[in-house]
Design a protein around this ligand. Structure first.
Ligand SMILES: *Cc1c(COP(=O)(O)O)cnc(C)c1O
Length: 589
């Protein structure tokens, strides 16, 4: 090992010689591959799509998830049941001949990889390697390690994380890829730092690692944390760590400070072994620094991949007026000059397409002239899907004021999340009991990529009601904004940055409790949203246009990947400087 690698980290030359290796437990790669559960996977996929468009030298690792994330069924009462979505990797991917092994408990598990070539708009390819343990020679249990995304218990999860983090690093080496930056998208892949340290030691004992060895690992690693919800951070008991990872590794992880409150904490491990860490919105950076005050945590606000989430009619409109948007999303700012009539016409077509999809799925014909709200996301209790129904009578009065109101819901609860499932039943029950000729509420089954795109492009207003400060970012409102659809949301996550009152949407003011915030939500509907909609088309169209121009041009992964490239992967400034600037800004917001 050389000592000259311990100097403060800074890249002077760009482009660099090696690759970024991006690690994520879930990636929404292709609509036909059920390899993601929600926002984290969609963000990972959008990141890779933009990296491919921008020609960033990057490769990615994830697990195969051969049995997929589940397909959701809802009965009349909103009772969720889950169906396995097995898929055939050979339909989408090419098997790599390389084989590597990892040790799990006292077993040696062989791992292979399936390669998916993600092609950018100019032909640059980002290869995604999906790790797979379903091989002859592995035990029946081990063959299933890469079957289920977020399935099983914490034993299963820790074993999967060995395959992802340690197996991913070994696979990169076996494939002969020269990597100089490792990006851990969330803590699930944090064990790759341990594998990096072991390879730095050339097979020698972990106990022999010097500070300079640790610094070598740190200089290669970048980490993004994604949630302010404590349960969202992976944690494992000491007993599990000893049993699954082995005694020496666990003892060393304890020495390195990867344990927090008596548990092996993957966020802590990642933070200890990265030279750069970030949260996913300005506010989330601040919340993360409060959670982990020892660490300088920067912020890079999330985005979405514009061509993936823009409806066809809006894409055609943009191509006609500002074709440069495809090369550089900043040009979307110039949507401010598109005639309002065209913006409204493009949206009307996206709304028709959505309502046709709703009719195909449910048999229900909704009215394209009626104000339509959308609320779709992974069902977690902090997102408060039921907030709109706090006062059903008032909601009905709002529907009368608006000359009708339609609300489209969608979202899956994790199979083990009973409170989440109860929330779906509650919303479905409310939909039946408060629905009338004027108020139509529909809960759509199996929220996934295609439905997400149709909803965010086709509704009139995107609603989000998280309990502060638990929304790290949220990205569905960004998809809506790109399509010119304003948001009505709690000021948390990205919306703190994205909300210009009356210009890109509306804030739901903070209240002392759920009831107070529901009251503020109704107030905003009555006093701002409905009156403006009734003045449609001109005023409403202007709002759609400013939403697209101001927020579409910023909350996209084209901008975000450029920030990762220059602030995280290959920084030109020292990380500390960026942190000071960001902290000064965060204090202003
Ligand atoms: C965009 C998207 C998400 C994430 O949206 P949030 O606003 O972060 O909840 C989740 N699931 C699907 C299917 C999506 O398309």
């Amino acid at each position: 090992m050389s000592t000259n690698t311990t100097k403060p980290f800074s890249y002077e030359s760009f482009p660099p010689s090696g690759l970024v290796a991006y690690f994520s437990m879930e990636i929404a790669i292709n609509p036909g591959m059920p390899t993601y559960s929600g926002g984290l996977g969609v963000l990972a996929g959008d990141t890779l799509r933009s990296a491919a468009d921008l020609g960033v030298p990057l490769i990615a690792f994830t697990l195969l998830h051969r049995k997929g994330y589940f397909r959701q069924h809802l009965d009349e009462a909103g009772q969720q049941t889950e169906e396995v979505q097995a898929w055939n990797p050979a339909d989408f991917c090419t098997e790599e001949p390389a084989r590597i092994t990892v040790s799990v408990e006292d077993r040696t598990v062989t791992v292979r990889a399936w390669r998916y070539d993600l092609e950018g708009r100019s032909g640059h390819i980002v290869p995604i390697y999906l790790l797979d343990t379903d091989l002859d020679g592995n035990s029946g249990w081990d063959r299933g390690l890469t079957d289920h995304l977020y399935g099983g218990d914490t034993n299963y999860r820790l074993q999967q994380e060995i395959v992802l983090g340690m197996g991913g690093l070994r696979m990169a080496n076996a494939l002969g890829r020269h990597v100089n930056v490792y990006h851990m998208n969330e803590g699930h892949a944090a064990l790759l730092t341990l594998a990096l340290l072991e390879s730095q030691l050339g097979g020698g004992p972990l106990g022999a690692a010097t500070d300079s060895d640790l610094q070598v690992v740190r200089n290669k690693c970048v980490f993004t944390t994604h949630t302010p919800v404590p349960a969202g951070h992976d944690r494992f008991s000491t007993e599990q760590a000893y049993r699954i990872l082995g005694g020496e590794r666990t003892a060393r992880l304890q020495k390195f400070g990867a344990f927090h409150e008596g548990l092996l904490n993957m966020t802590m491990l990642a933070l200890r072994f990265c030279r750069y860490a970030n949260g996913v919105a300005m506010q989330h950076g601040k919340v993360s620094r409060e959670m982990f005050p020892e660490f300088p945590i920067d912020a890079i606000t999330n985005g979405v991949h514009a061509p993936t989430w823009l409806s066809d009619p809006v894409q055609h409109m943009l191509d006609a007026h500002i074709p440069a948007w495809r090369r550089d999303n900043l040009f979307l700012r110039n949507a401010i000059d598109i005639p309002v009539g065209e913006v409204l016409a493009a949206h009307a077509r996206a709304k028709d397409a959505l309502l046709a999809e709703v009719a195909a799925r449910t048999g229900l014909m909704l009215n394209p002239r009626v104000l339509t709200l959308g609320f779709a996301r992974r069902v977690a209790t902090y997102k408060r899907a039921n907030l709109l129904f706090t006062d059903p009578e008032r909601l009905v009065r709002i529907a009368e004021q608006a000359g009708g109101l339609q609300i489209l819901y969608a979202g899956k609860a994790h199979p083990q999340d009973e409170p989440g499932k109860a929330l779906i039943r509650e919303v479905v029950e409310r939909a039946h009991s408060t629905g009338s000729d004027l108020l139509k509420v529909v809960y759509l089954e199996n929220y996934a990529w295609d439905l997400g795109a149709a909803l965010t492009a086709g509704v009139d207003v995107w609603v989000n009601t998280p309990r502060r400060p638990y929304e790290a970012s949220g990205t569905s409102g960004m998809k809506a904004a790109l399509n010119g659809v304003p948001s009505l949301s709690i000021l948390d996550g990205w919306w703190i940055e994205g909300c210009i009152e009356g210009v890109t949407g509306w804030a739901i003011e903070d209240g002392a409790d759920d009831a107070a915030e529901a009251h503020n939500l109704y107030n905003k509907l009555e006093s701002a949203v409905v009156p403006l909609y009734l003045q449609a088309p001109e005023k409403w169209g202007q709002m759609m246009r400013t939403t697209l121009a101001f927020n579409g041009s910023y909350f996209n992964t084209n901008r975000m990947v450029k920030q990762y490239t220059r602030n995280a992967y290959y920084p030109i400034k020292l990380v500390e400087h960026a942190r000071v600037e960001e902290a000064a800004y965060a204090d202003q917001v």
